[in-house]
Write a protein of this length. Structure first.
Length: 195
């Protein structure tokens, strides 16, 4: 399993974001905060435009946030991947052979230790570290887990992107259109190796 090298992975919060993503050179994007009724048309248009969609399973409105919802998403829409904070969703994604991305929040040392325990159980393909503007913690998570990292949240500038990448992130998930545009010429076809 692999994903094309993209410095930026667009995070799509609205239908206007989705339309912009469809017109962009990016192949991979993350769906956030959509209503379940929008998924069918979003996936149809995405496929028509050659896009691979990763669904943030915890943020789909009208759907519970458990392994049954993950199974439904995988069977009904066949996403490229699922993102979740929940271990049961990550486990189901792996069973269904879609990219499994465990989102962790860097709130404090206790939360980080709990996240390490969860990661040992779920063995996701990628970790999404939130907020992504903490390069020293990204470096620690990368060294401790060996799992490729997406950095997301509070990454606002090109310098923030550079620092996260230098710390060990393989890509940045962001809804910031300025960053989408700035990095749009760097979309290439080299696969990121996963576990």
């Amino acid at each position: 399993m692999g994903i094309h090298q993209q410095t930026i992975i667009p995070a799509i919060k609205t239908m206007k974001d989705f339309e912009k993503f469809l017109r962009s050179p990016y192949v991979y994007g993350v769906l956030l905060e959509l209503h379940i009724s929008q998924l069918k048309s979003v996936f149809r248009y995405g496929r028509e435009h050659g896009k691979n969609l990763i669904v943030h399973a915890d943020l789909i409105q009208g759907l519970s946030h458990d392994e049954y919802a993950a199974e439904y998403l995988c069977q009904e829409f066949k996403p490229f991947g699922l993102i979740s904070t929940r271990g049961s969703v990550i486990t189901k994604a792996k069973q269904k052979k879609v990219l499994a991305i465990q989102r962790i929040f860097l709130l404090d040392s206790h939360a980080l230790e709990k996240s390490y325990q969860l990661l040992e159980k779920t063995h996701p393909d990628f970790i999404e570290v939130m907020p992504g503007a903490m390069p020293h913690v990204i470096r620690e998570v990368k060294e401790r887990t060996g799992i490729p990292i997406f950095a997301g949240g509070l990454v606002r500038t090109v310098n923030d992107v550079k620092q996260a990448l230098e710390a060990g992130a393989v890509a940045i998930t962001t809804s910031n259109h300025h960053l989408w545009e700035y990095y749009s010429n760097s979309c290439v076809d080299d696969p990121i190796k996963t576990n």
